[in-house]
Design a protein around this ligand. Structure first.
Ligand code: SF4
Ligand code: SF4
Ligand code: SF4
Length: 247
């Protein structure tokens, strides 16, 4: 039996998640290639495939109805579909536009009405197809992706944390940003990244989305009472990577 086939597919996104995968470096990628065949990966190879795939990594959000057919075709020929990165998991940062009417004009100015620029709301790919697993983050964590792939290759269920980044931050013995007079959203952000941002002295912006059932009212209250945010800014912050969750 040949090696499992792995493919990357991109929809609406910056392709930073694919680039992040290449940041694994030559040694780690060559080690992975002992266990899988990468059969499509626009950032690093020219070959594409229309054949059956074992694991499809789908990057980018679903923003155009005409992409539904391509997503369904990927789903049909893939044993496992992973939403790869925040755009695919939740709509990601693209979904901010779902709260703004004039985004086309803001971004494209006089060219805003050109036909190739037309698109709808930014949605997670789960709005079009069934997703088996979620690799969160903007970009998706390359190390977590390796853990997910390793579990799948061992016929195991990948463990995707549903506890907050604060847990990892405490494990790292990092001084809390609030104790430094800063803000942070790690108390509702989904862990799995290892809390690198607070460790570098910058707030967690919840790029991995939120834990299951986040208490967003309390997040707002903490941002207002501890960090001096206005309510508008607190809501804006909590929307950044999860705008589809906020009205
Ligand atoms: S999740 Fe972030 S890095 Fe990945 S494609 Fe979307 S915007 Fe780019
Ligand atoms: S710095 Fe952020 S992630 Fe770390 S403990 Fe404080 S609130 Fe939690
Ligand atoms: S600490 Fe927060 S912002 Fe930084 S990578 Fe983790 S989830 Fe994303």
């Amino acid at each position: 039996m040949g090696k499992p086939k792995l493919a990357f597919f991109d929809f609406t996104g910056c392709e930073g998640c694919q680039i992040e995968f290449t940041n694994l470096g030559e040694e780690a990628i060559l080690a992975l290639l002992e266990h899988v065949d990468i059969v499509e990966f626009r950032e690093a190879m020219t070959e594409t495939t229309t054949e059956r795939i074992d694991i499809a990594l789908v990057e980018g959000s679903f923003t155009r109805e005409k992409d539904r057919e391509r997503l369904q075709s990927i789903r049909k020929r893939s044993r496992i579909v992973i939403a790869y990165g925040a755009c695919a998991c939740t709509g990601g940062i693209n979904a901010l536009r779902n709260h703004q009417d004039d985004y086309h004009e803001c971004v494209y100015g006089a060219d805003a009405r050109m036909p190739h620029l037309q698109s709808g709301p930014a949605l997670p790919i789960s709005a079009a197809i069934k997703v088996d697993y979620y690799a969160h983050g903007c970009p998706a964590s390359k190390d977590e992706l390796v853990r997910i792939l390793s579990a799948l290759l061992h016929n195991d269920t990948p463990l995707i944390p549903s506890y907050p980044v604060c847990v990892e931050c405490k494990r790292n013995e990092t001084v809390c940003r609030f104790d430094e007079g800063d803000y942070c959203m790690g108390m509702v952000a989904r862990a799995g990244c290892g809390a690198p941002c607070p460790a570098l002295g910058i707030p967690c912006e919840a790029c991995r989305g939120f834990v299951d059932e986040p208490n967003l009212r309390s997040l707002e209250t903490v941002l207002m009472e501890r960090a001096g945010f206005s309510q508008e800014r607190a809501i804006g912050k909590s929307r950044m990577f999860t705008a589809n969750l906020r009205s």
